[in-house]
Write a protein that binds this ligand. Sequence first.
Ligand code: ZN
Length: 251
Amino acid sequence: MRWLILSDIHGNLEALDAVLDAATADGFDHILCCGDVVGYGADPNAVTAIIRSCTTHIVRGNHDKACVGLDDLEWFNPAARHSAVWTQSVLDAENTAYLRALPRGPFEVGDPTSPPFQIMHGSPLDEDEYLMQSEEALMMMGYLDTRISFFGHTHVQGGFRFHHGGVQRLDPKIPSGRLELVLDLDSFYLINPGSVGQPRDGDPRAAWALYTPEDRSILYRRVAYDFRPAQRKIIAAGLPPQLAYRIALGR
Ligand code: ZN
């Protein structure tokens, strides 16, 4: 069984298409999503329709909540708030209903052939919490119910390995666009597949991961894509221009 792990797509149709094309070439069985299907990008309906049709398991992200009126936007910066209000105004009824019904993480996933694992958006305790630093991640170790969990929210590909009471930050540098991590049997892992539609780790290439439990293998992946149409649509929709610029910067 091979799982395609997506996160933080953020209404970027060009990035999602590029990831699905590349992942199809690699091969996978099921798609999981750690949330933030919409927000920031200008294609919330097309992206939600694709995710609805192909995702086996998904948890909601903070932007998914905000873009369907389940959040008061109090903690959103002005650009995020502007995009959430705009997204809510253009989402059709079917996509709105789908996003409103997304479950909160952590959510346990598994199949009869391999141990269960979890997906979540922010942290095991709080779907809105950012796990950026090792110290923050270490405090979560006691709350991990499975040896392997996938999270998003930070838009930074990598994650954390917990071993003998300590924590190691996983910071893959992958100029070739693919890097395999073989998982230890005696460690716990929080794996971030990176962001499909708005990476913030300095690399503008779309990010995702493939998980093969039988091989204890995580394959971190990146692919370059033409983001100019996504940028043009953000500008044409009247959304804050910085949302277009940052796609090119990966920040
Ligand atoms: Zn996000």
